[in-house]
Design a protein around this ligand. Structure first.
Ligand code: HEC
Ligand code: HEC
Length: 249
């Protein structure tokens, strides 16, 4: 175990934690740390939510171990009297909260998932993986490396509460009546840059437009858990979860 910890720290990488160790850590964590970091590390009012954001200062098991064992000098984060084993358990629990889809085993047939991505799902109309596909949606070559499994599943089933920057749909009608549909890449008071569905980038002046509307619905279709069979959906999830630039441990 110690060897594994040192190895991970040295490589600076993020390995999937041992589920048993993490489960034990959850119990100790919820007993000792929630008054500042919140239950299950999900929200924190007096201290950072340890598992709810995308970027963390301390990632490796060793860095987490040290912060918990020794505290963080000059801040409210106190050293803990817990044993080394318990601190290791908590570090594993915190890492399990942060694990992205690429860190966990997702059941399903990835080859069939890939075929759905390029075929029945028509995902390549809008998305690229490793240089192949459309560009109006985000490049998904690293999607398993930055989204957690629940987030990945939600992306395919439920519309986001707000459409991310760079992917806001727009419809512009020119003075001559031409209609341009796409997403806004950049805009200011005078002009906007629109990426159209066919992949062309158009720079338009606001004063030359007859009308500009921003449809509220993202171009990302929702409800793939219903459009695909449950087996197909699972295969697609398995395929997407493996898309990661990080080497697999
Ligand atoms: C008295 C409030 C308090 C308690 C109790 C507390 N923490 Fe913290 N913790 C903090 C604060 C505040 C920070 C942010 C310090 C900073 O500004 O760098 C922090 C930071 C951390 C970090 C570093 C986060 C990062 O990514 O850099 C970890 C890990 C952590 N705490 C784990 C724990 C664990 C595990 C426990 C229970 C054993 C615990 N804390 C108990 C207040 C607390
Ligand atoms: C008509 C275009 C279109 C199609 C078809 C499409 N998407 Fe998307 N997708 C988008 C856009 C635009 C976004 C970004 C805006 C958003 O998240 O609402 C997005 C977002 C996503 C995200 C979230 C990425 C992130 O960084 O949060 C995932 C995952 C995803 N799509 C997967 C798929 C898969 C898998 C398919 C096929 C089953 C698919 N999409 C089909 C346009 C599309």
């Amino acid at each position: 175990m110690r060897f594994l910890l040192i190895l991970c720290a040295a490589a600076g990488m993020f390995a999937a934690p041992d589920p048993k160790l993490a489960a034990a850590g959850r119990i100790v964590y919820n007993r000792a740390c929630t008054m500042c970091h919140g239950l299950d590390g999900a929200v924190g009012d007096r201290a950072p939510a340890l598992g709810a954001q995308r970027r963390y200062l301390r990632r490796s098991s060793q860095e987490l171990f040290n912060a918990i064992k020794l505290g963080i000098p000059g801040t409210l984060m106190p050293p803990t009297p817990l044993s080394d084993l318990e601190v290791n358990q908590i570090a594993a629990f915190i890492q399990s909260l942060r694990a992205t889809a690429a860190d966990v085993e997702v059941p399903g047939n990835t080859a069939r998932g890939e075929a759905i991505f390029h075929g029945k799902g028509q995902c390549t109309e809008c998305h690229t993986i490793r240089g192949r596909g459309g560009i109006i949606g985000p490049d998904l070559s690293d999607v398993g490396g930055y989204l957690r499994l629940e987030e990945l599943r939600a992306a395919l089933t439920t519309p986001k509460e707000s459409i991310p920057r760079g992917f806001r749909p727009v419809r512009l009608t020119t003075a001559s009546g031409e209609v341009i549909d796409g997403v806004v890449k950049n805009e200011n008071n005078f002009s906007l840059q629109i990426l159209t569905r066919d992949g062309g980038l158009k720079m338009m002046l606001r004063e030359e437009a007859r009308e500009i509307t921003y449809p509220e619905q993202s171009l990302m279709p929702a409800g793939y858990d219903k459009k695909l069979t449950s087996e197909e959906f699972q295969d697609l999830l398995a395929f997407l979860s493996r898309q990661s630039r990080r080497p697999r441990p």
